[in-house]
Design a protein around this ligand. Structure first.
Ligand code: ADP
Length: 490
């Protein structure tokens, strides 16, 4: 079959340098790093490798733009207009940006086009509409005083993002920060810097003033840590692993930075015998294998009620066998490669462990092809709660199936995890569904659906899955400080 690679031109790579104060510059050290196409293991481009020196320049540029530039004086409504403009420019380049995302990350082009890009555009438009609607309160206090609150931008926001949804993570971070009037220093993931840099170019084209958005590509322990430690940064928004968040919390302690974290999960997906089993099977399949299983909210613990267990598993096996793996630029492809060698090795390690611990490998379990980081959709049956594949976040196409008998048991087992990002319940019994939604400790609970995201719906974790919320009106909290002003009326 002719692939997009052959039939259409590959996206051009325009931006590979740091963006600091409106200027594209190489790293101060002159160093670069390679970004790899995970489908072919070939180098796509050399990208500037920023570190502490570049971060320092970027933070100064962001501070200057906040305090001396036009941004700080701009009408809130005008800030909103620039965000709408950015969304429009992204929409105009949708196909090219989707291809660039697929090239750098490996996700199927059908997903980049139909899921990532539309969500990016929607998120920016949602927050564009909020820019002129962030306001304080007038508050009745005792005595002859007039008290009101102002919601001011938190200041310079440091934003560190992962590689699984590169552009969408940019939108989730820029949308609320810019609506609130903050300025930004962003460090994209080292695996996938290209679309973030391209979006920054479009932000310039939209007319967002110099220094409002600064991008420093580079590695976590160097560029990322320097951003966290920098005294000129007011807030860190981080999405990634909980272990990295623990390091960030320590690094942020001396300057007591505001922190928001969106971390991992081991989300329970609970199927009752009274559910629409075809819909539930599709939801279970999509809820785990979407994006090669590289979703923080992946439904990786699939609990199936005993009575329907065997026939439900048969449906899953059928879907896995039919799943089309291959060139992610081919519009027919449903599953692409994992993002890099390190992720590939980690996932294969868990598959080995699952087999050794006695789980039954029902589909997959092996590498697909001999080039690129492809892993077959893997399904483990007879999984027990104490096995590593039932406890650890694998972040790959590996689904663990567990059995259960009754509602009380399932609540206890679903909550028996250090994580609490998402969960789903499939049942036709509406009371049971809502009882479980209340009992499961997770930031998001889906009932008879999975992975339904909307810019207006807050997202984030209980327990070790995060701190604070992104999206929705709630998502603005992290980017504003409340100031109380009290006036004597005497
Ligand atoms: P993943 O395993 O998904 O790559 P990480 O938490 O390692 O998750 O990475 C998410 C982001 O955090 C990336 O941009 C990475 O470079 C960055 N990062 C990694 N280590 C640190 C660190 N010590 N300080 C700040 N950022 C870091």
């Amino acid at each position: 079959m002719a692939t997009l690679v052959e039939s259409t031109k590959l996206p051009r790579i325009h931006q590979t340098e740091c963006l600091i104060g409106g200027r594209w510059t190489p790293a101060v050290s002159g160093k670069t790093f390679e970004t790899i196409n995970p489908a072919t293991e070939e180098v796509i481009a050399q990208v500037a490798e920023g570190d502490a020196a570049d971060i320092d320049l970027a933070v100064k540029a962001a501070r200057h733009a906040l305090e001396q530039g036009p941004w700080g004086r701009m009408d809130a409504r005008e800030r909103g207009r620039l965000l709408y403009k950015l969304a429009d420019l992204i929409e105009e380049e949708l196909n090219e940006l989707a291809a660039l995302e697929t090239l750098d990350n490996g996700k199927p082009i059908r997903d980049s086009r139909a899921a990532d890009l539309p969500l990016v555009i929607d998120c920016l438009r949602y927050y564009a509409g909020f820019a002129d609607k962030i306001h304080g309160q007038t508050i009745p206090v005792r005595g002859e005083y007039f008290t009101y609150t102002r919601r001011e931008p938190v200041g310079v926001a440091g934003q560190i993002i992962p590689w699984n949804f590169p552009m969408l993570m940019v939108a989730w971070k820029w949308g609320p920060a810019l609506a609130a009037g903050c300025t930004i220093v962003m460090k994209p993931a080292e695996q996938t810097p290209l679309t973030c840099l391209r979006m920054a170019r479009l932000a310039q084209k939209a007319g967002i003033p110099d220094g409002v958005i600064n991008i420093v590509p580079g590695y976590g322990p160097t560029a990322g840590a320097a951003l966290v430690k920098h005294p000129g940064v007011d807030k860190i928004a981080f999405t990634g692993e909980y272990r990295t968040a623990q390091i960030i919390m320590q690094d942020a302690a001396p300057t007591l930075k505001r922190l928001t974290f969106e971390l991992g999960g081991k989300s329970p997906n609970v199927v009752f015998a009274d559910a629409d089993l075809d819909a539930a099977a599709m939801g279970a399949h999509f809820g785990l294998y979407f994006n090669q299983g590289q979703c923080c909210c992946a439904g990786s613990r699939l609990f199936i009620e005993d009575k329907v267990h065997d026939k439900f598993v048969d449906k899953l096996v059928g879907m896995n066998k039919a799943r089309k793996l291959g060139d992610p630029l081919d519009p027919a492809t449903e599953q692409g490669p994992q993002v890099d060698q390190a992720q590939f090795d980690k996932i294969m390690g868990y598959i080995d462990r699952g087999k050794k611990e006695g789980a039954k490998c029902l589909t997959g379990g092996k590498r697909h092809g001999d080039r690129g980081y492809f892993i077959e959709p893997t399904l483990f049956g007879e999984v027990r709660d104490e096995m590593a594949i039932a406890k650890d976040e694998i972040f790959g196409p590996v689904l663990s199936v567990l059995r259960f008998k009754d509602v009380d048991e399932i609540v206890r087992r679903a909550n028996n995890t250090t994580y609490g990002l998402a969960a789903a319940v499939w049942t036709r019994d509406i009371a049971k569904a809502h009882r479980l939604a209340a009992a499961i400790k997770a930031g998001t609970v889906w009932i008879n659906c999975y992975d339904v995201f909307d810019a207006a719906a807050p997202f984030g974790g209980f327990k070790m899955s995060g701190m604070g919320r992104e999206l929705g009106e709630k998502g603005l909290d992290a980017y504003t400080e409340t100031k109380t002003v009290t006036v004597s009326l005497n």
